[in-house]
Ligand binder design. Structure first.
Ligand code: GAP
Length: 473
């Protein structure tokens, strides 16, 4: 069974992900992407961007993170983007009240107290106000997992948006928010994109960008962080057609995860029972993480909620005029909303593998291999001289600098060749080129495949074409 700690330690050791501001003890809920992590992140975003915008009906956008504060009134985030929060008076630990109750239900299930678990579950599904959550915690004497006590504060609603100030004066008039989702940048630009691109409904607008949420409890590495990246697309459709487009995007997005290398057995759909304030239907695409199933992307039917509210709050018409029927209407929206950073973590978990393979000494040795889709791999090809003499390093260096003009490559001449292969396996490099004695005779090299470990011999002049045939990024 893969442990999350294994992924965290590999990510740190190989420069994929570091704790933010680590030398100061770290900053909770924030992570930095190292030299290999940033390549992986860029490749992931590029694959999404190509899949979503290299088609006739979707335009791209990059809106600013700071937006007019009225945006968040119109979107409902100021009044409704809250989590119920509770503190334990003894341990001072802070919890999301709904998470505290959910974890208690899980403990009851493990103790086979199914009836009690079901009863609490039912009350939780009907809980809406802070008082509802509080009453459940009190009625079932739910203890603090840290102190074991039931001395709780009241439950309060906590808004998840980060606030900051525009300009030098920190007063109410200058408050702005760090966006908690990229979607609103798309809605406020709906007319701009429509008028400048001459798109006709149905069409979509896609965007990748940072989002911020002051989560009460961050957890599970990149799963729930305070700063993260989203890849979102809002698809504007004629009212009445949203259900068929919802099904369409559900299948498209599921297939995309399969196409980029996720195994189907580790993906599933999960219909939402509790809906966000803007949604009339929501289905998650979930991945089986080491800690259980977790959402990596949500498909949401958002009706005309956002555009209608922005029209009302801004006083600007956000209707679509259909030239075929001469009708004016506010389009309905089907949203695909994925987390870049959360997906990246899922990719690491999905591709991590360990196996026993024959070593140079004839014994078996364990190799760690990231079976990444080659287009996602941070390094596409590593180049080695078999030994550091007889002109092999010079030959290998020449190959390295030629390949580097087309693909992210690496040169490695230190240690036994087997160890060099292992180092590349661990970061998912799909191909390793080795210059050996035969290269000096006839200019051929070996290319080793990461997954099968098989080697083929080709002419050195064919390396770039070989890689071009295998890779698109
Ligand atoms: N525009 C709709 C929206 O933001 P969401 O379900 O709140 O919907 C969409 O978020 C995706 O963003 C999630 O599926 C997840 O991948 C990612 N995400 C949300 N909150 C996150 C967090 N605190 N840390 C990391 N990723 C997060």
């Amino acid at each position: 069974m893969l442990k999350l700690e294994t992924i965290i330690s590999l990510a740190k050791r190989r420069g994929i992900i570091f704790q933010s501001s680590e030398i100061y003890g770290g900053l909770n809920g924030c992570w930095d992407f190292g030299p290999l992590g940033v390549e992986l992140l860029r490749n992931l975003k590029e694959l999404w961007w190509r899949a979503m915008t290299y088609r006739d009906d979707i335009e791209g956008l990059d809106a600013s993170i700071l937006m007019h504060p009225r945006t968040w009134e119109a979107s409902g985030h100021i009044s409704q983007f809250t989590d119920p929060m509770i503190d334990n008076k003894v341990s001072k630990a802070r919890y999301r009240a709904d998470n505290l109750i959910e974890e208690f239900i899980e403990r009851m299930q493990k103790k086979e107290k199914f009836e009690l678990a079901r009863e609490i579950e039912l009350r939780l599904s009907n809980a809406k106000t802070p008082a509802d959550f509080y009453q459940i915690i009190i009625d079932y004497k739910i203890p603090d997992p840290v102190s074991g006590t039931t001395e709780w504060t009241e439950v309060r609603n906590f808004n998840l948006m980060f606030k900051t100030f525009i300009g030098p004066v920190e007063d109410d008039a200058s408050v702005v928010y760090l966006r908690p989702e990229t979607a609103q940048g798309i809605y406020v630009n709906f007319k701009n994109v429509l008028d400048s691109s001459r798109q006709k409904i149905p069409f979509g607008i896609a965007q990748i960008g940072k989002a911020f949420r002051n989560e009460i409890n961050t957890k599970n590495f990149l799963f729930r962080t305070r700063e993260f990246e989203q890849m979102e697309m809002q698809y504007f459709v004629r009212p009445g057609t949203e259900d068929e487009w919802f099904e369409y995007w559900l299948n498209e997005r599921f297939q995309w995860f399969v196409d980029i290398g996720f195994s189907k057995e580790k993906l599933r759909f999960k219909e939402h029972e509790k809906l966000a304030h803007y949604a009339s239907r929501a289905v998650d695409i979930e991945f089986l993480f080491p800690f259980g199933w977790g959402e990596i992307e949500g498909i949401h039917s958002r009706t005309d909620y956002d555009l209608r509210n922005h029209q009302e709050f801004s006083g600007k018409r956000l209707e679509y005029f259909d030239p075929n029927t001469n009708e004016k209407f506010i389009p309905y929206v089907v949203e695909t909303s994925g987390g870049v950073t959360r997906t990246l973590m899922a990719i690491l978990c999905n591709s991590y593998d360990e196996e026993d393979v024959p070593s140079e000494k004839g014994t078996l040795e364990r190799r760690v291999v990231l079976r990444l889709n080659p287009n996602l791999a941070p390094i596409k090809v590593a180049t080695f001289p078999l030994v550091n003499k007889d002109g092999m390093p010079e030959f290998a260096q020449k190959i390295y600098s030629d390949v580097q003009r087309h693909f992210k490559a690496m040169y490695d001449d230190s240690g036994a060749i087997g160890r060099r292969y292992r180092r590349q396996d661990e970061i998912g490099t799909p191909y390793c080129v080795t210059v050996d004695g035969e290269t000096l005779q006839n200019s051929t090299v070996t290319i080793r495949d990461r997954d099968s470990m098989e080697q083929v011999r080709i002419d050195a002049s064919q390396i770039i074409q070989f890689l071009k045939d295998k890779l698109s990024l």
